[in-house]
Design a protein around this ligand. Structure first.
Ligand code: HSE
Length: 425
């Protein structure tokens, strides 16, 4: 029998216990031995919970118990998770975690300890919730060189953008706060939802995927990251008219010869016919391009209790099947160069207030549509780098007629840029 401890009895931790109970018979058969939870670490009390007798507040009980062969971490956050898991590995206990912050920051180090100790550090649930993506990158695609990764990697923001799109198209308006509250109620959002909204959660997940694709450590903070807080219903409506939908995309290009990646997390317009445009609600997708395989897409529920717990439990089964055998992961501590985010120019949608003829006389644009409000319009320009887009914005707003009105002047000879969003192609 393999005895395990779960650290954290929140959404994912309680889901892990639930999945182990629900599918106990088949899981035990697949692991070739029974898997039983001996401890659940949590500071909170859970009166009346059927697993209350397993609860402990003392991590040392778990650490000092030689019967525990696998520690399952579902607490989230860098500390104390990092300290606990490093101690567990050093004591010869395999570790399974869903904690993307921890894996992005300390993955290389924890993998190397697991390798030295001939045990395992497994983290399938850290990216894409229930989607198998870590194992495919580490096993199925080892014959290839991955050149591009593009993912909808955050369920909360995809849920918010999907609901904003539905409500904007139906009524012309949407309440960001109400939609975020619904995502929180369903257990999708982080304890600090700013990590979701500002794109940091997606950047951590992209860093993990890039580390596995390059075999090197990527500092997620070096990835240019912008979230969805500036996206307005008017952007969504204008994009829809031009044939696009708005998605928070984590995208990267890898140059293996130069040991370089160009990566960014930002809202982008995805053409409605692209497979990533069909990824709605809490679903995630990871679009992978390799020199040999060409294009692949992985799709499924990116957040939520049971899909994430299912991925954790599958790792537990793998850890139990390989108790004294290290599954090698291609991820060292050597760094990779991170190219400026602006290395790849892209076409952009601009939303502006101003006369169409005036704008057309100042730029070479391919498409105009009228915007959500009277006097607003949207158009596509580029390909442009961020610097080009800034310069174009300045060129557009300059007044030929000597208007000295304030920025935001609605005079007939003035143009105001309201927003601009890159197009993913
Ligand atoms: N907050 C995360 C998300 C949870 O919304 O994707 C899954 O990692």
């Amino acid at each position: 029998m393999a005895e395990i401890a779960i650290l954290g009895y929140g959404t994912v931790g309680s889901g892990v216990a639930e999945v182990l109970d629900k599918n106990r018979l088949s899981i035990d058969k697949k692991a070739a031995q029974p898997i039983r939870i001996k401890y659940i670490l949590d500071k909170r009390a859970f009166p009346g919970d059927p697993r209350a007798r397993l609860l402990t507040r003392e991590y040392t009980r778990i650490l000092n118990d030689d019967d525990i062969s696998v520690v399952v971490e579902c607490m989230g956050g860098a500390e104390p998770a990092y300290t606990y898991l490093k101690q567990a590995l050093l004591r010869g206990k395999s570790v399974v975690t869903s904690n993307k912050e921890l894996v992005a920051k300390h993955g290389a180090e924890l993998l190397s300890i697991a390798r030295e100790k001939n045990i395992n550090f497994l983290f399938e649930a850290s990216v894409g919730g229930g989607i198998p993506i870590i194992r495919p990158l580490n096993l199925s695609l080892t014959s290839d060189e991955i050149t591009d990764l593009a993912g909808i990697l955050n369920g909360t923001t995809n849920y918010i953008l999907t609901e904003m799109t539905r409500e904007s198209l139906a009524t012309g308006a949407a309440s960001f706060d109400e939609i975020l509250a619904a995502a929180q109620r369903q257990g999708y959002a982080e304890q600090n939802p700013a990590d979701d909204i500002e794109g940091r959660d997606a950047a951590r997940k992209l860093a993990i995927l890039l580390s596995l694709a390059t075999g090197r450590q990527i500092d997620f903070e070096s990835i240019s990251t912008e979230g969805i807080s500036r996206i307005e219903c008017a952007d969504i409506l204008a994009a829809d008219k031009l044939g696009y939908c708005v998605k928070l995309l984590a995208a990267a290009k890898i140059n293996h010869e130069k040991n370089e990646v160009a990566a960014r997390v930002s809202p982008v317009l995805v053409p409605k016919a692209h497979p990533l445009a069909m990824v709605n609600d809490v679903f995630n997708a990871i679009f992978v391009k390799g020199e040999i395989i060409d294009e692949l897409m992985f799709y499924g529920r990116g957040a939520g209790k049971l899909p994430t717990a299912g991925a954790v439990v599958a790792d537990v089964v793998d850890a139990v099947k390989h108790l004294r055998y290290n599954i090698i992961h291609f991820w060292s501590n050597d760094p990779v160069n991170v190219a400026p985010a602006d290395a790849y120019p892209a076409r952009r949608m601009f939303r502006a207030r101003g006369r169409r003829e005036l704008i057309a006389s100042r730029i070479n644009t391919e498409a105009f549509v009228s915007g959500a409000a009277p006097g607003e319009l949207a158009f596509i320009a580029g390909p442009l780098t961020d610097a080009d887009a800034l310069a174009l914005g300045k060129e557009l707003v300059k007044s030929d007629t000597g208007c000295s009105g304030p920025t935001g002047c609605s005079g007939p000879n003035c143009v105001n840029i309201l927003s601009q969003i890159r197009i993913f192609e």
